[in-house]
Design a protein around this ligand. Structure first.
Ligand SMILES: [Fe+2]
Ligand SMILES: [Fe+2]
Length: 175
């Protein structure tokens, strides 16, 4: 725990407990995003399944890194990352989209929806931080940049799948 590190955030006028709650919720999203990509990559079938699975595995790795960065910051602020995986599902912002249809094009669509949800989550976090916690802000900006890149990567791949256009209508926002 970084006592002084937490104090400077409090002194800047930020509700650190609320911040910890938001960081923990994003942490749950990251684990679920990791698994949605990872298991999707394992079962992908159909047109362009190879390259789509490779990209999904790459993204999975980065979602796990995001979870690691969030856990690190939560600890610095004297919080605890959520310890029970059963709580990931309850606390997440974005719905876990079960990859029950293994068609790579369907998996792509689901993951595009999840990336869009993630982008909103991090935009909201930045809004909450409001420049009052530059350390967390830097971490969130880095993660947000990755999520924007992920969405774009998947959109590019979706264009290459014949007859499949991402309509962006699938909502993955839990609440
Ligand atoms: Fe992520
Ligand atoms: Fe992502």
């Amino acid at each position: 725990m970084g006592m002084k590190g937490r104090q400077i955030v409090e002194r800047a006028g930020l509700d650190v407990d609320k911040l910890l709650n938001l960081l923990n919720k994003a942490y749950c999203d990251e684990w679920l995003a990791y698994y949605q990509y990872w298991v999707g990559a394992k079962i992908a079938e159909g047109v362009l399944a190879g390259p789509i699975a490779a990209e999904m595995m790459e993204h999975a790795k980065e979602e796990l890194e995001h979870a690691g960065k969030l856990a690190g910051r939560i600890s610095q602020l004297d919080g605890k990352p959520i310890l029970n995986p059963a709580d990931w599902y309850k606390e997440c912002n974005c719905e876990y989209l079960i990859p029950s249809d293994p068609q790579a094009a369907v998996l792509l669509r689901q993951n595009i929806a999840s990336e869009r949800c993630a982008i909103e989550v991090y935009e909201n976090l930045l809004e909450f931080i409001d420049g009052k916690d530059p350390v967390t802000e830097d971490i969130i900006i880095d993660i947000l940049a990755d999520e924007v890149e992920h969405e774009d990567d998947l959109e590019q791949l979706a264009k290459a799948v014949p007859g499949e256009v991402s309509d962006g209508k699938e909502c993955s926002k839990k609440r």
